[in-house]
Structures are given as C-alpha cells and as structure tokens.
Write a protein of this length. Structure first.
Length: 403
C-alpha cells in the first residue's frame, strides 16, 4: 500500500497532535507532505522539518502530489474557503472544524456529490469518540429515536471541577484553557455554541436532517451560581451541559442545548472532566452509550487519523438518510420542564409559563420550576441571557416507542 500524502492546514493544538499521532502509528501509510500556517517562521514546540511549512495555500491546493487535505485551523470562514476549494478541485478533505461544518454542510454535501469527492469529519464531534461514522453506518435505519449527551469537554471539565472538587468557576475555566480543551474564544464552550455545532452535524447523520444553528435554542453554563449548585446537590443530581436531538412523534423531532439536572441513574451522570458521553436511544434496542475523551490534542488527532485511514480504503459518507422518504421535520412546538433561578429580572414578566409547578422566593435568590414551550424559549433567548438568570432542563420523556 503506498503512502497517502497529506497537506495539513493548521499547526495548533490539534495540528501538532495530528503530526504526533501519524508519527506514532506504525501502519498509518500516511505522511505529512506540507503544512500551511499563518507564520511559517514561528518557533514550534515539536521538532518538524522547517521546509514542510508554507504560508501559501496554493502550495497544497495546486500540488499534484497531495492526496488529502487535513484542515484543523481555528478560523471557521478561512476553513470554509480552504475546504470548498479543495473539494472543487477534487481533493478529499478531513476536517475537524465544527463551526464551519454546522454552517456550511448543505453546500458541502452537494459539492461532494457533484464532484464525487469525500469530506470526512468524525473529529468535529466528540473528539476521539467515533460518533459520526457509527451513526452513518451502523444506525442506517429509522429505529433511532434520540441522540443525547455531553458534547463539550471544556464546560464539562468546568462543571466537574466546580461540582466535585469545589473549585472556583474562573480557576476551572483557566485550567481548561491551559490543558488545550477550550476554544480560542472559550465563550463558544461555556455558552453552548460548541455543543450546538456538534449537535447540528450529528443530526445530519442521525436523522438525515439539517437544521441551521440559529433555529436551535442554546443556553450555556456562563451564569451558573453557587445557589444552583447547592440546589442540585440538595436534590442529589448533577448539572451537565446536554445537547439533544429527539424524535417527539413519528413526524417530528426537536433539538436543544441546555444545562440539565442529571440523576445518578443516568449514564451521563458519571461523565466527568473533559470526557464526553453520548447516549443513543432507538426502538427495539433501548439505550446505548459511547464514552471517551472529547477534547485535547491527541484524542482529537486520533480521530483525524481514523478518517485518514478510512480514506486509504476510499471511505466516504453517503448521507443515505437524507434520501429517506419519511424524513421527520424539526419542531419547537412542545413543552419543556425547566428550572429558572433569578434575582433582579422578574422571570414571570419575561417568559410565559404554561404551568408553574414550584416557586421559591427568598432574600438571596429565587427560582421557579414550570412548563414552558420550547418556541417561547427560542423567541425570548436574548432576554434570557441576563446574568442574574440560570436555566436548566428537567428531563421529561417525549415518546415511548420501546414496546
Ligand atoms: N473546545 C472543545 C471542547 C474542543 O471543549 O469540547 C473539542 O471539540
């Protein structure tokens, strides 16, 4: 088997991991032929032949000896231009850029089909856990009812440190940054957008449906407060940032990203630190659970290596579920049971509750638990960003099709 020649875009945390993982793997049949970076002269932590570096994308994209582009840069729009150009030129691509994919997948799927060229991106969702390829291949049927889990390592790391180790939120965030889990702008992690992008990509492979990120209610952990943690401890639950796509009827599915009260009996209860955990529920087989490192240089790079190896065997996603006749449609027309902690903002003036189940008022902090339409949460999302509010989902069961 001859070696696959890789043109690598990006040499940050993940790019360097790709370099190391390929060097470690004895049967990789892959070599990095060129590395495109913004500053080829920048000193690097690992020893790399300086001649491999370039700052000119054409030296990869117009190079007839390059068999595969691996794109792991930070800038989503620049990544889009590179990936699009490579695919239009017929060069297969492996990418880890969830923000770029979540925004541009419909167009990139069309280009793949038209140009008969592959784009693989298992590293974009849940680091080392092979979520995408499993959804695409093993779950290629309509038994699937739900994919739900912890998709962001940094926010999970922060919650674990705060919850289990009683550290401060700020210290935990700094550690997540130092350990290379967090995005260059960590607000993507803590405000839920990183989980959202991964959820959009996962849904394309779970249900064959693409939903644009701005149509999905997303709420993070940025405003979590000691009183929320105390409340959760008293109730013997943990707070986790959970992303989910769920079939709510035969015809409809919903999606949202929110902190959630997780009971000890749930698989994701014991997913801590930078680990991710994904629960897949389907008719006939109930629940299955995938667990692993969702962030960090080498775990993410190992997923890139898996896609590189898959290309040696001409693997490509076929997006078979997108052709299904009875593809379910996206809805936000359903009720969720939520907890809202508030102080200055009178939540009952901001959000319409269909039903209030519990309310607590004190000099320190107040909370209300009640039923709210998901469409109402989506419509009010800007007002809900007030720093004196924190919202968590209290899970309810949508569709029992196990019998
Ligand atoms: N910032 C991301 C996370 C990196 O914390 O999960 C992996 O996608």
């Amino acid at each position: 088997m001859s070696n696959i020649h890789i043109g690598l875009f990006g040499f940050g945390v993940v790019g360097q991991g790709v370099f190391e993982v390929i060097r470690k793997s004895k049967n990789a049949h892959a070599e990095i032929a060129r590395i495109c970076v913004r500053d080829p002269k920048k000193p690097r932590k690992i020893a790399v032949d300086p001649a491999l570096f370039t700052d000119r994308a054409e030296e990869i994209l117009d190079n007839p000896h390059i068999d595969l582009v691996v794109e792991v840069i930070n800038d989503a729009e620049e990544a889009y231009r590179i990936v699009r150009q490579a695919l239009l030129k017929g060069i297969p691509v492996v990418s880890g850029n969830k923000a770029m994919l979540a925004k541009h997948l419909p167009e990139l799927i069309e280009i793949q089909k038209k140009n008969r060229v592959a784009l693989l991106y298992d590293a974009s969702s849940c680091g080392s856990i092979p979520v995408i390829r499993n959804l695409e291949e093993y779950y290629d049927n309509d038994l699937l009812l739900e994919v739900k889990g912890i998709l962001n390592g940094s926010s999970n790391y922060i919650l674990s440190r705060v919850f289990d180790h009683r550290e401060s939120y700020a210290d935990a965030l700094r550690q997540a940054q130092e350990l290379g889990f967090a995005e260059s702008d960590p607000s993507f992690d803590i405000e839920g957008y990183d989980s959202l992008f991964k959820l959009v990509i996962i849904t394309v492979h779970a249900l064959g449906a693409y939903v644009a990120p701005e149509r999905i209610f997303t709420y993070g952990i940025a405003s979590i407060h000691e009183s929320d943690i105390r409340y959760a401890r008293e109730k013997r639950v943990k707070i986790k940032l959970v992303a989910q796509v769920v079939k709510v009827s035969d015809e409809h599915f919903t999606m949202f990203v929110m902190p959630e009260f997780v009971e000890p009996s749930r698989y994701i209860y014991s997913v801590d630190d930078e680990y991710n955990g994904v629960v897949i529920r389907g008719e006939c087989y109930d629940r299955q659970f995938m667990f692993g490192k969702g962030a960090g240089s080498l775990p993410t790079a190992s997923s890139i290596l898996s896609d590189v190896m898959a290309r040696l065997h001409d693997y490509r996603y076929e997006y078979k579920k997108r052709e299904y006749l009875q593809k379910p449609t996206y809805t936000t027309d359903l009720s969720l049971k939520i907890y809202v902690r508030y102080s200055q903002t009178n939540i009952l003036h901001v959000l319409h509750f269909e039903e209030i189940l519990e309310q607590y008022i004190s000099t320190e902090s107040n909370y209300v638990i009640g039923m709210v339409r998901l469409s109402e949460l989506l419509a009010k999302r800007d007002s809900l960003r007030a720093r004196d509010l924190f919202i968590a989902n209290i899970p309810i069961f949508f569709l029992d099709r196990d019998n």
